[in-house]
Ligand binder design. Structure first.
Ligand SMILES: NC(=O)c1ccc[n+]([C@@H]2O[C@H](COP(=O)([O-])OP(=O)(O)OC[C@H]3O[C@@H](n4cnc5c(N)ncnc54)[C@H](OP(=O)(O)O)[C@@H]3O)[C@@H](O)[C@H]2O)c1
Length: 233
């Protein structure tokens, strides 16, 4: 395989950043993205090594994505991990927030792939992040549940259209040590109590699963839950 870059959209924070760090530590060329170029570049510096760089664009404004990604070279692995959560119920509905999140995951993820597919090669792979809100809605998850459900179906269309490039998705349950859930002990404890393993997945668990999906050359079209069995209870 050519030594192309690992591109992580949503690599400035949380799970994406942890995954970026694991590839930087191996000396891989890594491109991370977030909404703001300066912040993305500064996080890339924090990751260390000379092989990380940062790019800024707003996935909810898909027309700007092609320009922002025009400097990216050959890509071995493309990870689509970004999210800008809303809290929406059908009874109290914020249209603007819903449009941002729906655009971000449905159109933004697809447009990144559209822009970068000429930079992928036959052995490249793509990994999208959904999440188990697709199976387990909670009050306020109307949009999150919908877009993460859509990720499951996008795996199938993208893997078909881009073959032989592999496309998979990872659907975590609540990732106990991720920044988003910090301080939310009530949700963490309640979820743990319903998880057969008695513990929540960690960012390290999710990062290892992400690398398996990206790197195993026979894994394709898979939607993988990483949740300690939470959805079966
Ligand atoms: N954490 C969990 O427990 C959990 C559970 C289930 C599923 N997931 C899924 O796992 C993925 C990562 O979650 P996380 O909690 O690690 O995320 P996070 O810490 O909230 O980080 C979100 C990332 O997305 C970027 N981003 C946000 N809005 C953006 C926009 N409009 N355009 C471009 N980039 C944007 C952020 O960059 P900047 O802030 O630099 O702009 C950041 O890099 C998500 O897809 C999420 O749905 C996570």
């Amino acid at each position: 395989m050519a030594e192309g870059a690992v591109v992580i959209v949503g690599g400035t924070a949380g799970i994406g950043r942890q995954l970026a760090q694991s590839y930087v530590d191996e000396g891989r060329e890594v491109v991370i993205t977030g909404r703001d170029t300066e912040r993305a570049q500064s996080v890339a510096e924090e990751l260390g090594g000379s092989s990380a760089s940062g790019v800024g664009f707003d996935l909810a404004d898909p027309h700007c994505i092609a320009d922002a990604l025009s400097g990216v070279g050959t890509v071995d692995y493309l990870v689509l991990a970004a999210i800008e959560r809303d809290v929406n119920t059908v009874k109290e509905y914020d249209i603007d927030r819903a449009i941002r999140l729906a655009t971000l995951k449905l159109v933004g993820y697809a447009e990144v792939l559209h822009c970068l597919h000429p930079k992928l090669h036959d052995d490249s792979s793509v990994l999208m992040f959904g999440g188990l809100a697709k199976e387990r809605p909670y009050p306020g998850s109307t949009t999150v549940t919908s877009v993460n459900g859509a990720v499951e179906t996008m795996v199938r269309t993208f893997a078909t259209e881009l073959a032989p490039i592999r496309v998979n998705a990872l659907h975590p349950g609540i990732v106990g040590d991720s920044p988003y859930w910090e301080g939310n002990d009530a949700v963490i404890e309640a979820t743990k109590a319903r998880t057969p393993t008695g513990r929540l997945a960690t960012m390290a668990d999710v990062s290892a699963a992400a690398r398996f999906l990206l790197e195993n050359r026979s894994v394709n079209g898979v939607n993988l839950a990483v949740d300690g069995g939470w959805v079966i209870l």
